[in-house]
Design a protein around this ligand. Structure first.
Ligand code: DGJ
Length: 533
């Protein structure tokens, strides 16, 4: 058919990108892989772009409750669901595991054509220990509590070695079970714990924690500081340098006598514990595992947010603490979305967002996260409350879903840019394949659009595919020659093949001046350029 162009194979063959498998994962299991410029989640041999949502905390504790939710999720355009799973329901009595819920959730997900990321809500959930089994809650001697402001609190101390062993044992049993029942790779990844850190103080002052705090900074951490001196997160590096760049000493000697040193110490405490839990799980079934973060405000003191969680400024501490975890993620509700994405998408850490805003904000931000930061997953919280036919997230997810293989190939090739524009940020420039693209708010017949978002992929020689709404693009060649717009077609991808719709070279294209995506609906369009001497 004349208008059908097979774009993806062309792009892939042009790319010639190298691939590298990260870690020593189980053959065939979901895993992360460096493919060209992007770290991607590979499922059954192919990159999987996760268009997800996270369920409310309690929804997935009951299979009957979940039944009507699955079709809604599919209708919203999801291909995967971030699904809480608590230690108390998996091991209600010590050593007696109950995997009926796990099996049921996997079966329901398969029937609904969805994948799952399980949230292991175990020792900590939002800094607290509300999801631990009663036999752990009852035994403060074996499973010691944190001491905050001079008082023991009902929160497990990460210094508790028996606690670590019990959590790790249950998690290992869970991973063994998932491996046994999930030959179809429905379970993609595991989040280990949820938003960990001390609340109410900058550090745990239990006897064990105090003892560790009075001791030396472990050699693994000081060796990491030396080896990664040039790439340490700037704020962390500045703190270390300001305290003399010492490579031995107590926590206060190396990091100063401040709440920041307390936070670094707690990061080490939690990281060591959770790496150990993850390692025990991976020994049974090696799929990607990560920890999420309750983000600190710019000037909020540690303890007002969970002190020790994988904030950007202590990410190096988490990385130094072991090889159990594959990456770290922001729970990103903050206004400066793009800045936080960059803080996590650095130094080998890929961007995946288990929790973020949905609706209008999510519908826009997903384009930036996946397009500009090569993210492999996006997941608004409380997704089952969002599902409606008019939710703007649905429109974005459906459009991205249709181009997902092309997006993944473009991420690998480093040939995609994403953006979110509004009245405060009206314009952005990108250069791809020797051409500068100026993307600005669409100036439609009704005046300038209030907002615009999308991504643009360079898909072949002088050819671009754009997805989004509310923006316009003009092109300038670098060098002597000039470029013009040859043609703009709207269209869609059907089984990886471009099927063109209307030719848009008139009003819709400002008569060849700009590539326009009007603010009414998310569109997918293909543009070709021509060159003038
Ligand atoms: C962040 C937590 O990680 C979620 O489990 C949930 O409690 C939300 N906050 C609620 O806003």
């Amino acid at each position: 058919m004349k208008n059908q162009i097979v774009l993806l194979p062309i792009l892939l063959s042009v790319l010639g990108v190298g691939t590298a498998r990260l870690g020593a994962q189980t053959t065939g299991a979901p895993h992360l892989e460096q493919r060209g410029a992007a770290t991607q989640l590979i499922v059954d041999g192919k990159p999987f772009v996760m268009l997800s949502g996270e369920l409310h905390n309690s929804s997935s504790s009951n299979l009957e409750y979940m039944k009507p939710i699955w079709p809604k999720l599919k209708e919203l355009g999801l291909n995967s669901v971030v699904t809480p799973l608590s230690w108390e329901l998996v091991e209600p009595k010590e050593g007696a595991y109950d995997f009926a819920l796990v099996d049921g959730l996997i079966e329901q997900a398969q029937a609904a054509d969805q994948k799952i990321v399980f949230l292991w809500l175990a020792s900590w959930k939002n800094g607290l220990s509300s999801y631990i089994p009663v036999w752990v809650k009852q035994d403060a001697k074996r499973f010691p509590r944190q001491v905050v402001k001079g008082e023991p609190v009902e929160i497990l101390s990460p210094a508790g070695t028996a606690t670590q062993a019990a959590d790790a044992k249950a998690f290992a049993a869970l991973m063994k079970h998932i491996k046994a029942v999930d030959s179809r790779h429905t379970v993609l990844m595991m989040q280990v714990e949820n938003e960990v850190g001390v609340l109410g103080a900058s550090r745990d002052r239990s006897a064990e924690a105090n003892k560790a705090f009075a001791g030396q900074v472990p050699a693994e951490l000081t060796a990491y500081l030396k080896a990664h001196r040039d790439t340490l997160y700037p704020e962390f590096k500045d703190l270390w340098l300001a305290n003399g760049a010492r490579t031995a000493g107590t926590w206060t000697e190396v990091f100063g006598d401040s709440e920041r040193a307390d936070e670094i110490f707690m990061a080490w405490q939690y990281a060591r514990f959770i790496h150990a839990v993850a390692r025990a799980g991976k020994a049974e079934y090696d799929i990607p595992m990560y920890v999420n973060t309750w983000l600190a405000g710019e000037t909020t003191p540690p303890g007002d947010y969970p002190s020790g969680g994988p904030e950007p400024r202590v990410l190096d501490v988490w990385k130094a603490a072991g090889p159990g975890l594959d990456f770290y993620s922001p729970d990103l509700y903050a206004a400066n979305f793009t800045e936080w994405c960059k803080r996590y998408h650095r130094d080998g850490n890929p961007l995946y967002m288990p929790e973020t805003r949905g609706r209008e904000a999510g519908a826009a931000n997903v384009f930036y996260a996946l397009g500009e930061e090569a993210g492999f997953g996006f997941s608004p919280f409380a997704i089952e409350s969002e599902a409606s036919e008019t939710d703007p997230l649905r429109e974005s997810y459906r459009a991205i879903s249709a181009v997902a293989p092309l997006l993944a190939a473009s991420q690998s090739a480093g040939l995609v840019h994403g953006f979110v524009l509004d009245r405060d940020r009206r314009m952005v420039d990108f250069t791809m394949q020797g051409v500068t693209l100026r993307v600005s708010l669409d100036n439609s017949f009704d005046g300038p659009a209030a907002g615009g978002y999308g991504f643009i992929m360079a898909t072949g020689k002088d050819e671009f595919v754009g997805v989004g709404k509310g923006f316009r693009v003009t092109f300038t060649a670098r060098g002597e020659k000039k470029v013009g717009i040859a043609a703009v077609d709207e269209g869609s991808f059907v089984d990886g093949k471009w099927v063109a719709g209307r030719r848009m070279n008139g009003d819709e294209d400002e008569q060849g001046v700009a590539w326009r995506f009007d603010p009414k609906q998310v569109r997918t369009e293909k543009l070709t350029l021509y060159w003038m001497e």
